[in-house]
Design a protein around this ligand. Structure first.
Ligand SMILES: [Zn+2]
Length: 244
């Protein structure tokens, strides 16, 4: 399906995701538009992209998630797959879940993921899309027969647009060299979700280093005050001797 779209649109992403490891996606070029359908949590399809109607400039430190069955959480599996595609260069990364039409059953996530991808590729914002869900499957079959994927049929009115159309924004610190998200494995243990490097110790080292620097500065300031006092006292005493 994504190969079919790739022939029709010149945009990054659109990589096949049924692979031995879904974490083997090819990194998309920095600051180029991409759209990608991902298979997540073993049973669900979503669309991710750096294209959004509210922002004309695409950035690779933020991703928009179009999930037709969103339960107000962005799972680690989804974060890992997004990072495998983007490999964020900066340490701060934002996962932004958008407010889109939700599916009315448990089977149509793939259809919605394709329909939302097609909306983005045709220059529309899935936040406004109000698909006619009864004929989505039929439309997809027709498109595959014709070899051209067109926009999915909509009901008359656009969906009600909210101010920012964002349902959830998660800001994550990507600190491991492999550029994958971290996971908290116990109360005080944070590891990289891919290479399992202990990330808590590196932050602890940083803290310790900062504390050591603070102690050194305090010592230096104390010594300087002491030296100034001594100088003033000594200078005063010498002046008194010479004056008297
Ligand atoms: Zn790592």
């Amino acid at each position: 399906m994504q190969n079919c779209l790739k022939r029709q649109f010149s945009v990054s992403g659109l990589q096949p995701t049924i692979r031995k490891s879904d974490l083997s996606l090819t990194k998309v070029p920095d600051n180029k538009k991409y759209v990608q359908i991902l298979h997540i949590n073993g049973n669900h399809w979503v669309t991710v992209s750096n294209i959004n109607a509210f922002t004309s400039k695409v950035k690779n430190d933020r991703v928009f998630i179009y999930d037709s069955m969103f339960f107000n959480t962005i799972t680690l599996d989804l974060k890992k797959k997004i990072c495998s595609l983007v490999r964020p260069e900066k340490d701060k990364f934002e996962f932004v879940a958008m407010d889109i039409l939700q599916q009315s059953n448990n089977n149509d996530c793939g259809l919605h993921a394709i329909a939302n991808t097609v909306e983005i590729l045709h220059g529309f914002d899935p936040v406004d899309s109000n698909f006619n869900t009864r004929i989505m499957r039929k439309h997809l079959l027709q498109c595959l027969d014709n070899g051209i994927i067109t926009r999915f049929p909509q009901l008359g009115k656009c969906r009600k647009r909210y101010v920012n159309a964002e349902k959830l924004v998660v800001k994550e610190n990507i600190s491991c060299d492999c550029r994958m998200p971290s996971e908290q494995t116990s109360e005080d243990l944070i590891k990289c979700s891919l290479c399992h490097k202990d990330l808590r110790s590196s932050s602890a080292n940083t803290k310790q280093h900062l504390q050591t620097s603070a102690k050194t500065i305090t010592k230096l300031v104390s010594f300087s005050i002491y030296a100034v006092c001594l100088f003033v006292f000594f200078n005063d005493s010498v002046t008194k001797i010479f004056v008297t």
